[in-house]
Design a binder for this molecule. Structure first.
Ligand code: PGA
Length: 248
């Protein structure tokens, strides 16, 4: 048994001084400053987070990683070993914004999953359908294809995050029934295809806020939350982290 996991995804937000102020507030909040809470910051600030959060229970997460595992001539890239070196415990892989704006697909994502696992961190594979795909009844086919990337790290530790694209940053939240149905299907698909243990953890993401966190995190099929906008402000994020103090 462990508590549900909350990862705040700051996306492309933050400045050195503002991060310091926000992290200071988070460290003082007992719902946030505990095991089972992590923050994903832009790569350039990861070392800052690791240094400020050192000695706390909170984890540092990266938002992306290079698909190239070994050092070399890959200008602009951050390798998994570098992320581990600066203190990351989790790495988001295949967030829908990476898929949408950078064309990331399973071949690159498989390489990233492998690199992260090999560097001793836990990859968080993000999956989810667009509104058009859901309206066409294709959500399961889409998610199942996205989950195929997990074949690259069969038997190793990972987390899956279900984030319906139409619910990210839009204020639209999937209904509790929709979330539960997809989470159960993801668990079944992963168990069937990859034979993972029953400790498979599926986070929900997409407009998780203080006022809907309790209902979402009460679902047995939901292993935690991936929180975007609401992780940039301490009170709302604290309430979400409080709602996540449930055992799975
Ligand atoms: P949101 O983002 O909470 O702002 O909808 C979630 C995410 O993209 O991880």
């Amino acid at each position: 048994m462990s508590s549900k996991l909350v990862i705040g995804n700051w996306k492309m937000n933050g400045r050195h001084a503002a991060n310091l102020a926000l992290l200071g507030q988070m460290l003082e909040n007992a719902d946030i400053n505990r095991d089972g809470v992590g923050l994903a910051a832009p790569a350039v600030y990861l070392a800052q987070l690791a240094s400020v959060l050192q000695g706390s229970a909170m984890a540092v997460a990266a938002q992306d990683v290079s698909r190239f595992a070994t050092d070399g001539a890959f200008t602009g890239e951050n390798s998994a070993q570098m992320l581990a070196d600066v203190g990351c415990r989790y790495v988001l892989i295949g967030h829908s914004e990476r898929r949408q704006y950078f064309g990331e697909q399973n071949d690159a994502l498989s390489a990233k999953l492998q690199a992260v696992a090999a560097a001793g961190m836990v990859p968080v594979l993000c999956v989810g359908e667009t509104l058009a795909e859901r309206e066409a009844g294709q959500e399961l086919a889409v998610i199942s294809q996205q989950l195929e990337a997990l074949a690259a790290i069969k038997g190793q530790e990972y987390v899956v995050a279900y984030e319906p694209v139409w619910a990210i940053g839009t204020g639209k939240v999937a209904t509790i029934e929709q979330i539960d149905a997809v989470h159960q299907q993801i668990r079944a698909l992963v168990l069937q295809c990859y034979g993972a243990s029953d400790s498979i953890r599926v986070l929900y993401g997409g407009s998780v806020k203080a006022d809907n966190a309790d209902a979402i995190l009460s679902l047995a099929s939901v292993g935690g939350a991936l929180v975007g906008g609401a992780s940039l402000e301490v009170n709302g994020f604290g309430k979400i982290c409080q709602a996540a103090k449930k055992l799975i």
